[in-house]
Design a protein around this ligand. Structure first.
Ligand code: ZN
Length: 186
């Protein structure tokens, strides 16, 4: 089932999300709905706050990028109780353009470390503790930010932040167009 995507201005996007336990109600259906929603919106990642739930659950689909990144063929992963543990000391960074399903019609350059240390559980609640690099590290940092109540526009430089302020205000008011179902703050 395709769920509406909560848009910038919705308070749930600013909450720190909570860990869940395996008995979380209808978790399997929720995860399936998040994949359906992601597929429908042509995104690469979706965090639970974006569908209105302040829980630490993320789905990422990098299979859609396989033409450019063959190493990601078949990459469709669920991250439960996901946390960023840290970065390297003096990390090498990279600046890339990011967009977000919760901020329709906008994309901005964001600088982030190339490598990230994360922990999470998979759909079977097996624990993983790993260092991730490449495009996956970028997407995981973006999605895991959502679990801390952050969005990528918080990370753009002050000049750009000023320039996009008006657009963000319009998004809050629902003045935007996009091809998928959304839920605007009121
Ligand atoms: Zn996002």
């Amino acid at each position: 089932m395709i769920l509406p995507i909560y848009v910038y201005g919705q308070p749930v996007l600013r909450k720190v999300a909570q860990d869940i336990t395996p008995d979380y109600p209808e978790l399997k259906e929720l995860i399936q709905n998040m994949y359906d929603t992601l597929d429908n919106s042509n995104g690469v990642g979706l965090a639970a706050p974006q569908i209105g739930k302040a829980i630490r659950l993320v789905v990422i689909d990098l299979d859609v990028l396989k033409e450019d990144f063959p190493e990601y063929a078949g990459y469709r992963k669920t991250f439960i109780n996901a946390h960023v543990l840290g970065f390297e000391e003096n990390p090498e960074t990279e600046t890339l353009e990011e967009g977000c399903l919760s901020i329709p019609g906008l994309s901005e350059n964001v600088t982030r470390p190339k490598k990230v240390h994360v922990k999470y559980m998979d759909e079977d609640f097996n624990e993983h503790d790993e260092w991730v690099e490449g495009y996956a590290a970028r997407v995981m940092q973006h999605e895991f930010d959502h679990l801390e109540g952050k969005v990528y526009t918080d990370r753009v430089n002050a000049l750009r932040k000023n320039l996009i302020g008006g657009k963000l205000k319009n998004i809050v008011k629902g003045k935007f167009r996009c091809a998928y179902k959304t839920k605007v703050a009121r």
